[in-house]
Design a protein around this ligand. Structure first.
Ligand code: ATR
Length: 289
């Protein structure tokens, strides 16, 4: 990695807790190196009680922008001057741009999901889709589906039914979208909901390293040929869920593409430059395995 910096080095960072497992420093610092940019991206482990002073510190130190991750994606909003339309509608921020003290929050996860699913847009439109999970990542997925893909129905399946219900209410209130149905994990009738969905998106962390053997369900027969199955988990690159779906003939999409796509959008917001996405994708493939 580049180890000489100038007095003008552009500082970027990450605020999260914990941040030990983040690939963002790798993605942005390698990109800077490949593009020969005088830029440094630093991760900061900031507990919730320190978020306000951390934001003030980032501004004082002249950071041009930073990513925000768990658990700050929602609480950061009150420390910002403006939100992009997407961040406001999703209710979460993963990228902040510091424009001379004017802090603007964006949600580039929406962009990542949109870009990854775009090749399947015509297949998904007018059909039923299933979202597994009802947290912040699910909110970005549901927003992206409503805004760009116009499915006939969105089924949300979650361990805690009440969280799925509040997501349904959220999108009715924010976007007047009424085609969401909710289910609890995992009575047998839910299998049928998944089987009948053209697209299945896993937004939960189930199956993520180190618990690679845990899954939301273990019956591969819920999947079939002709389906598209997208798992946001990127470590391992091929999750148990994707293995099952692939075994039944479904088209599978791993979380790495979204990781790179959302990072590319953040990078563009901060630098105006295009992230060298194919090179970063390949570098991550080697780094993660
Ligand atoms: P994120 O912002 O990444 O979406 P989150 O808001 O904590 O994170 O949401 C995590 C999602 O994964 C939730 O839908 C959660 O289910 P609950 O709402 O019931 O908590 C789901 N999840 C996490 N661990 C799970 C597990 N072991 N089994 C089933 N669902 C799980």
């Amino acid at each position: 990695m580049r180890n000489t910096f100038s007095n003008d080095t552009r500082l970027l960072g990450l605020l999260g807790h914990p941040i030990r497992h983040s690939y963002s420093p790798f993605i942005y610092n390698i990109s800077a190196q490949l593009l020969n940019l005088d830029l440094l991206y630093l991760p900061f482990d900031i507990p919730p009680s320190d978020l306000k002073s951390a934001v003030r510190g980032m501004v004082t130190l002249g950071f041009k922008g930073w990513n925000v991750t768990i658990p700050h994606k929602e609480t950061i909003k009150k420390h910002l001057s403006n939100l992009s339309e997407e961040a406001a509608l999703v209710g979460a921020v993963n990228t902040v741009v510091n424009d001379v003290g004017n802090l603007v929050g964006y949600n580039t996860d929406v962009h990542g999901i949109h870009e990854v699913l775009l090749p399947f847009k015509d297949e998904v439109g007018g059909l039923e889709v299933t979202v597994l999970g009802a947290g912040g990542a699910a909110r970005a997925a549901v927003y992206s589906l409503i805004k760009y893909f116009r499915p006939a129905k969105i089924h949300i399946i979650n361990r805690t039914e009440q969280r799925a219900d509040s997501l349904k209410d959220y999108f009715y209130n924010k976007m007047r979208y009424s085609e969401i149905k909710t289910y609890i994990l995992f009575p047998p009738e839910v299998h049928e909901v998944i089987s009948n969905s053209k697209l299945v998106v896993n937004t939960t962390s189930v199956g993520m390293f180190p618990e690679v053997d845990s899954q939301l369900f273990y019956d591969p027969k819920v999947f079939n040929r002709g389906q598209i199955v997208f798992d946001m988990v990127y470590n391992p690159i091929e999750t148990g869920l994707l293995k099952m779906a692939k075994g039944e003939g479904a088209v599978t999409i791993n979380g790495l593409r979204m990781l790179v796509s959302q990072a590319a959008k953040s990078f563009e917001l901060w630098t105006g430059q295009e992230l060298p996405a194919p090179a970063i994708h390949d570098a991550l493939l080697n780094y993660i395995k």
